[in-house]
Design a binder for this molecule. Sequence first.
Ligand SMILES: NC(=O)c1ccc[n+]([C@@H]2O[C@H](COP(=O)([O-])OP(=O)(O)OC[C@H]3O[C@@H](n4cnc5c(N)ncnc54)[C@H](OP(=O)(O)O)[C@@H]3O)[C@@H](O)[C@H]2O)c1
Length: 432
Amino acid sequence: CMQASVLQDASPRYPNAATTPSTRLITRVSHAPAALLTPTTGCASMRNLWLIFMTTQAALQQEDDPRASPTIKLSNGVVMPRVGYGCAGKASARYVERALREGVRLIDTAQADEWYDEAAAADGLRASGVSRDDVTVVTKLHPKNHGATTARRLIDESAQRFGGYVDVFLQHYLACWDGLCGKNWRNTVEGDWRDSWRAMEAAYDEGLVKAIGVSNVGPREVDELVKFARIKPHVVQAWMDPFHASVELRKTCEKHNIRFMAYSTLGTQWSMQGRANPVLSSSKLREFGDPARVALSWALLRNAVVIPRSFSNERIAANARLYDGGVLTVGLDAAALEAIDALDGTLDQSDDVQAVFANDGDENVVLLWKGPDGDVEVGSAAPGASVEISTYRGHEFAAKLHRHEEAFATYQIGAARRQTFRVRDPEAGPDL
Ligand SMILES: NC(=O)c1ccc[n+]([C@@H]2O[C@H](COP(=O)([O-])OP(=O)(O)OC[C@H]3O[C@@H](n4cnc5c(N)ncnc54)[C@H](OP(=O)(O)O)[C@@H]3O)[C@@H](O)[C@H]2O)c1
C-alpha cells in the first residue's frame, strides 16, 4: 500500500521537450520528491490523510520560514509573493528546484522557447516537493501565437503543464516583429493581441488562469488595454532597474490598480546591449550595500514584484533571503531611495552607433545580430540596397545569403558613430 507511484498530473504532453517522453518520465520518477509521491490506489483514506499531512507540512514550513517573501494582493484578491525566480536563459529544472527549496514561491517563465524552458520549470516545480498550490506560476504567450484559437490552445497547454492552471498568464509582447516571429509572421499569425486578450478573459472566467496581464508595454498601451478589456489586467511586467526605472509606466499601472512586476532589475538589459552592467558595477548603489541587493530592495520598496534570475546556488539563496522576518535586509531610507531614483536615465548613451550594411552582391542578403541568446534576424537587403541599424559599440552582426543557412561574414561594430559595411559574399555563384 505504501509503494510509491508518481502523482497523476494533467500534463501528459511535453511539446517543448528535447528528451523523449519516456526519458522524461524516468527523470520525473527519480527526482520525484516525497510530496509528489502518493500511496497507490486502493488506500484512498490513507492517501488523503497523507496528502493533508504533506500539504500542512509545506504550509507550515513556508509560514515559519523567516526568509519568506511578503505577499501582495492583486486587484482581484489573488495573493502572490513579492520575490520570485526568473527563468530566462532557459533555466533548467535544477535551478528552479533550487530556488523553490530556498523558499521562493513565484516562478516566472514563458512559452518563448528561444529564451525559456517552460517544461523544465514545471519539472523543477515537481521535483522541489513544494505543493503546486503554494507556488505562483507566471507564464507568457509568444506573440507569434496571437489569435483567439491559437492563444486558447497555448493557454490550455501551459495550464496542463502546471497541474491544470496558471496563476498569472501574460502576453509576452503585444505584437510580432521579424526578428521575434520570423519573416513570414504576417501570413502565419492568426490574430492580434485583442483576440488573445478575449481568449485570456474566457480562460480566466473558467478558472484556468487566476490573473492576466501583459509584458513589454508602454503607458499608452496599458491605457488602451484597460479601455478594451472586460477583465482588466492584473499584472504588467516590464524592465525596471535603477538606470531604467519605467517611472511613467509604473504610475500608469498604479492609476489602474495593476501590479507591476520588474524584470532585469540586476542590469541584464544593458549587458544584452553589449555594455558593462551598470547595476552590478554601480559605485552609487554600493554606497548602500551590495548593488544586487540594493537594486532589488529599491524595486521592492517602489512597490514592484521582483524576479531575479541566477544560475549560481549561492546567489539563488542570497536572492531568496532579501527579507528576514518580513523586513528587508538592506535598509534604504527615504534619502537613499531618492538617490537611487535619481539614477534613472543617467547612463551615457554615447556608444550608440548607426551601422549601414550595403549589399554590394548580386543576391538578397539577410543580416543577423549575434545576441547573447543566439542569432536574431534584424533585416535584409536586395542587391544594391542597404539596411540601417541602430546599435552599440562591440556588437557583432553576420550576413548570409537569403538561400543559405550559413553566414558568409561577420562584422564587429567599432568606435565611429556612423559606420558602413560593404556586404558581398566572395563565393556567391548561381544557385544550381
Ligand atoms: N517579459 C520579458 O520580456 C522579460 C525580459 C527579460 C527578463 N524577464 C524575466 O525577468 C527575469 C530576470 O531578468 P533577467 O533574466 O534579465 O536578469 P536579472 O535578474 O536582471 O539578472 C541576472 C544576472 O544577474 C546575476 N545575479 C543574480 N543574482 C545576483 C546577485 N545576488 N549578485 C550578483 N549578481 C547576481 C546573474 O548571474 P549568475 O547567474 O551568475 O548569478 C545574471 O547574470 C528573467 O529571468 C525573466 O523571468 C522577462
